[in-house]
Design a protein around this ligand. Structure first.
Ligand code: SAM
Length: 233
């Protein structure tokens, strides 16, 4: 698992160009993945939602549009420059101030136990220095019956794997290097994706952390997966 300081430095360096690099690298398909995640969150009619590793807030803003029951969305990240990118969009995208951008570490959440109805984390679980600690923190702050929705890269279908890893290892660092000026930083992205556990392994980790009704759904040739899990009632 990656070292927290290195992860924070990496995101601080690319924060200003993060959104643009994301759109180009995924050809915009990440927008659809986030919408799917938000529509699953909406099923539970949560009022207080915590979006962890929120980065520039794309998931938080998608939740704001899609989850009509949401009264408060806490958008948390440990990287201030990434949060600032999210805050910059707030005047136009969240005039009522439903989203609260806050600094916080997933491994030591600055929140009361059993205080949120649903948690989302997108492309963040992979970056945690200690996944088990992060998952147990998520379970702690969820109310009984609350839901966790993890969007993360996973191993794609075998027929597309070779091409995909070539794209990750060669094309992404080159393209993102041009957009962000930090090609070396994006090599981290490729290695962290390739080395990430399978859907079944992440499901087992969720169960081990104490979650129930764990499911995983692959999307886009299983490039990414949506994992859902619940805290016992
Ligand atoms: C790839 S970005 C994802 C941002 C956003 N969720 C999205 O879908 O675009 C990963 C984010 O995780 C944050 N992060 C990594 N480890 C963290 C931790 N321990 N606590 C809080 N945030 C963390 C980074 O600062 C970064 O903003």
């Amino acid at each position: 698992m990656p070292e927290a300081k290195a992860v924070n430095d990496f995101f601080s360096r690319i924060a200003a160009r993060y959104d643009r690099a994301n759109r180009v690298m995924s050809s915009g398909i990440d927008i659809l993945w986030r919408r799917k995640q938000a529509s699953l969150v909406a099923h539970g009619n949560p009022q207080i939602i915590l979006d962890l590793a929120t980065g520039s807030g794309d998931v938080a803003y998608t939740l704001l549009r899609k989850v009509k029951s949401a009264e408060k969305i806490i958008a948390m990240d440990f990287c201030e420059p990434m949060l600032n990118q999210g805050r910059e969009k707030q005047a136009t995208k969240d005039p009522d101030g439903i989203i609260d951008f806050r600094v916080g570490d997933c491994l030591n959440l600055p929140l009361e136990s059993e205080s949120v109805d649903a948690i989302t984390i997108s492309f963040g679980l992979r970056n945690l220095e200690d996944r088990h600690k992060g998952l147990t923190e998520m379970l702690r702050v969820l109310k009984p019956g609350g839901s966790l929705h993890v969007l993360e890269f996973t191993q794609p279908w075998k027929p597309v794997r070779g091409l995909y890893y070539w794209y990750l290892g060669k094309v992404i660092p080159w393209v993102s290097g041009r957009i962000t000026g930090h090609a070396d930083a994006y090599e981290y992205l490729s290695t962290s994706i390739e080395g990430f556990p399978t859907k079944a392994e992440i499901s087992a980790e969720l169960a081990e952390a104490g979650f129930q009704n764990v499911t995983a759904m692959g999307m886009t040739a299983s490039i990414v997966a949506l994992h859902q899990a619940y805290k016992k009632q």
